[in-house]
Design a protein around this ligand. Structure first.
Ligand code: FAD
Ligand code: MG
Length: 402
């Protein structure tokens, strides 16, 4: 961006070139008529003899040539790029898709296929209903194997590799803890016994994944909670299902995914002190990717005067310390989703160390509330694109090992 001019936008150059041509033609026309005027002392003369016509613009078009040229050049561009938006409720949250396409019908068809893919993922992964593949797996007895669809197996494989990469900070098997804390029913305080029993029933090692036969085996009783990877898996499935050209942007309950971005885009990051207020603008240059945020935000609950969040630390079985929020940018939706949860659970200090060793491809910014002020601790890859939207926000760059 120079002085607000979208120089990265090809349309900008098309329009600029057209205007330049139009102006040049207009000037030439004026000069010619002035010369004619100057050549001939009388006004009537000018009408007698016309300027020779050019090959591609008929006589009636001449006076309006600049205008026509403008329309001729702009018309296809203006007409070609159309954006459609669709919004539905799914996964207990709002899904919004935006598709920029060659024409409205094509863009609508793409939007429809994206919605359908997210809804199909919900039917496969949702444990808020008992007819999904994951609900059936959760209900299956220990010691049994279950073959899964390619999509569900891929989602579980992604979740299990994320659990491994984060040393268990992200753990898809902590459904017993989600139940113990009543996260789906408004929150409750589990007794020490309940907590111990729930903790004893979690751990990714309880499930075996057999990629060759696309099946999973329950080594002991294990129950999966898709809350921190299901939305990401749905976004990946949606973008994978449709390969049409054009700019696609999806917002699933606050997690973003996009493809075919014609130019860097700017998104507002919510202030964890007041989620309705933007704290920073983040400009993302990647043509495709996903951005996920984890924080207790609107999912806090209070019991006995104490406030708890919905992000659980598998190391303790209790809600993780609420310091603010963390935003992760990654190539895939599932990776961004599960890593934002894991980095929240690890907290800013351990999270910064994990990020330093994570290598390229994962970027993050921690929004940490300290005595009312907000510190934004960002990896180098994101820091350059951050702009504070309020006075009391400091941006710091996290150390990286590379
Ligand atoms: P994230 O940080 O991505 O995930 C937090 C959630 O993950 C927690 O709520 C908990 O479930 C789980 N979790 C907590 N700690 C950990 C941890 N350490 N490791 C792994 N997981 C953890 N909500 C409804 O109210 N009604 C519905 O019908 C409904 N259906 C859904 C169907 C699907 C397929 C999915 C994926 C979610 C559904 N949800 C539903 C949940 C809803 O969309 C939540 O908002 C969402 O899961 C929370 O995501 P988040 O990105 O805000 O937080
Ligand atoms: Mg998430």
């Amino acid at each position: 961006m120079i002085a607000g001019l979208p120089i990265a936008d090809p349309q900008f150059w098309i329009v600029t070139a057209t205007v330049a041509i139009a102006v040049a033609l207009a000037v030439r026309r004026v000069v010619r008529s002035l010369r004619r005027e100057s050549a001939r002392p009388c006004a009537s003369c000018s009408r007698a003899r016309a300027v020779p016509s050019t090959p591609w613009s008929p006589r009636w078009a001449r006076p309006r040539l600049p205008v026509v040229a403008l329309v001729a050049v702009l018309a296809p561009v203006g007409a070609a790029a159309t954006t459609v938006e669709r919004q539905v409720e799914v996964m207990g949250t709002t899904l919004r898709v935006e598709v920029e396409g060659a024409d409205r019908t094509a863009a609508l068809a793409v939007a429809e296929s994206l919605l359908r893919e997210v809804e199909a993922t919900e039917r496969r992964l949702s444990t808020w209903r008992d007819d999904s593949e994951l609900a059936a797996l959760n209900a299956a007895p220990a010691g049994t194997w279950r073959a899964l669809s390619a999509e569900t197996f891929a989602a579980l494989a992604g979740a299990w590799s994320c659990a491994e990469r984060t040393g268990g900070a992200f753990d898809p098997t902590l459904a017993p803890l989600v139940a113990a804390w009543g996260l789906r029913t408004g929150g409750r305080l589990p007794s020490a016994t309940e907590l111990a029993a729930a903790r004893a029933a979690t751990g990714p090692e309880r499930l075996a994944l057999d990629a060759g036969r696309r099946r999973v085996g329950k080594r002991s009783q294990v129950t999966i909670d898709e809350g921190a990877f299901g939305k990401g898996a749905a976004l990946d499935a949606a973008l994978a299902a449709d390969s049409s050209a054009g700019f696609v942007r999806i917002d699933l309950g606050g997690q973003l995914a996009w493809r075919g971005a014609p130019a860097p885009q700017t998104v507002a990051l919510a202030d964890p002190r007041d989620r309705g207020r933007p704290a920073l603008d983040l400009t993302l240059a990647a043509e495709r990717g996903s951005l996920a945020t984890s924080g207790d935000g609107e999912r806090r609950f209070a019991v006995g005067g104490e406030t708890f969040g919905h992000l659980l630390d598998p190391r303790t079985g209790r809600p993780a310390r609420d310091f603010g929020s963390v935003v992760v940018a990654a190539a895939s939706g599932l990776e961004a989703d599960c890593l934002s949860t894991a980095l929240f659970v690890l907290g800013p200090e351990l999270g910064a160390r994990w990020l330093a060793g994570a290598g390229r491809g994962v970027e993050a910014v921690y929004l940490v509330v300290e005595s009312g002020r907000l510190r934004a601790l960002a990896t180098a890859g994101l820091a350059g694109g951050l702009r504070p939207r309020a006075e009391d926000i400091e941006i710091e760059i996290l150390e990286s090992s590379s």
